[in-house]
Each structure stands twice: as C-alpha cells, then as structure tokens.
Design a protein around this ligand. Sequence first.
Ligand code: 3PG
Length: 306
Amino acid sequence: MKVLIATQKPFSAAAVAGIKDILSSNGHAVAVLEKYPEQSDLIAAVADADALIIRSDKVTAEVIEAAKNLKIVVRAGAGFDNVDLAAATAHGIIVMNTPGQNSNAVAELALAMMIFMARTQFTPATGSEVMGKRLGVQAYGNVGRLVGQKAKAMGMDIIALDPFLTDEQIVAGGAKPVHSVEELYSNSDYLSIHIPALPATIKSIGYDLITKMPKGAVLVNTARKEVIDEDGLMKALEERPDLRYVTDVMPDNYEALKEKFGLRVFATPKKMGAQTAEANMNAGLAAARQICDYFATGNTRFQVNK
Ligand code: 3PG
C-alpha cells in the first residue's frame, strides 16, 4: 500500500525516519509531503495514496474526493476537527486519531503558559506565584488530567468539569469535581481549556463565562481557537482590566487584542503544544503502527467515524 505523510507542520526528522521504518518494514511504500504552501498540493499528492498520516492538515471533502484509493486517514494527534468525517464515511474511509500520544507535551505547555502569565510574560514587573491558587480544568481527559496532576504538584488546588466522567473518576485523577461551567469559571484563578471543537462547543466560551472568573484570573487555551467567542473575549477584557488570556491557538482578532491589552494577552504564532521531539515520535509512530495493523488485521480500535 502507498502511505502519504502529509504535514504542513512537519514531524521531526527522527520521527519521520521512524514512521518510514515501520511502514516499509511492513511492506508499504511511503511518500512525504511537508510544509506544502497550498491545499492544492495536498489534493494532488493524495491521488494515489491508500493511507494518509496527517497532523492539523485539512482533509476536506475535496481531498477525500481526489483520493480515489484512500482507505484510512490517521490524524497523528488528538483533535480530528480538521477531517471531514461525513465525507470520509460516505467514501468508506476509516478515520483514526492517536489519543494520548501527544498529551504530555500539550499539558507541559499549558503549565508553562500559566507561569509565563503569572510572571508577567517574563518582564521584570512583579508577578505572582501559582502555588495556593485554584486551577479549573475544563474537560478532564488525557491532557486535562495531566495538567491537573502536574499543577497539583506545584501546590495548586484543582477542580475539574467533565460530563463524560463520574465524580469518582475525576477524584481518582486528582481533582475535585464541579458540575457546571458556571461553577468552574466562577471558582478558577486559572482556567485551562481542553474541550474539542464541536458544533456544541464552538464559541461556547464568551463574555458571560469569562466575566464570571475571579479577580486577576487567567484563561489558558491550548485546545482550539474556535471554542472562544472572540467578540465576547474582547468585551470581557475591556470591562475587566484584571483578566488575562493566553493561548496556543492565535485568535483571529489577536492584533487588536494585543494592541488594546498588551501583556494581558499572549498567543503563540503557530500552534506548538504538540511540537516536541517526544510527541512527534509518540504520535507519528503510533499512526504508522495503526495503519500497519489495520491493513494486516483490520484493527479499527482508534476509529473515530464508526
Ligand atoms: C492535537 O489535536 O493533537 C493537537 O492540537 C496537536 O496538533 P498538531 O499535530 O497540529 O500540532
């Protein structure tokens, strides 16, 4: 089978070598498309691919349509909002992710961002410490749980909201459960967002929730920019000069936010949460193994479009 690794934001060279090694030793041919400037490059490259490994690359209906031999797409990572699942399903294409493989990298970045804001973006201005502050974690899955556990080790008090977990599971993961977003936001000095971008979550965090946060609170977004209502965020920051926002996913209105609020906001220029050597290796190799396993045994354990 021909496997295309299509990554606008490439894996490390070592991870690519490891992916190629797994695929070729299982009898598959490998092609690599990295840093491609246009979506049309991806559309051209998928024409003869049987399998596709991607990151945040956009697998639209047009890509699916152009990929006449495609049988499986593996998103090396957690979020699969970049894949048109309906189009894939309509063409009988399996879509998988590699849950958990890059979680530690994202969790470490969330903590780094908290401290970066606590220390006024590493300027000499007097900052504060995270010890003794309360951290709210919105969604206590693979990333959220790691953020909670690591923050607890720094002396923070952890509360978490996750409608898919029982209170017992949240407690076992080291946090105190809360049962509504209002309760979560009202009680969090730091709030770390780990919800996926879904129709129900898109723009779900806006003025009403953000202004519920206690005085001096920091909102940390290493999830997806789409979950924030950017107009609501702007209004909340205007009305509440004590609030701050830090994000790994640059908002569309970042220039305006930066101009108005200076050190109270920060966004990475390009999403970097999962961009570590370890996460590249873990997610990339897992994707390669899942493809080999699917072709060899039909294993669809990580399929997300069942
Ligand atoms: C994910 O959903 O796994 C993360 O957002 C990482 O995305 P990336 O592979 O594009 O860095």
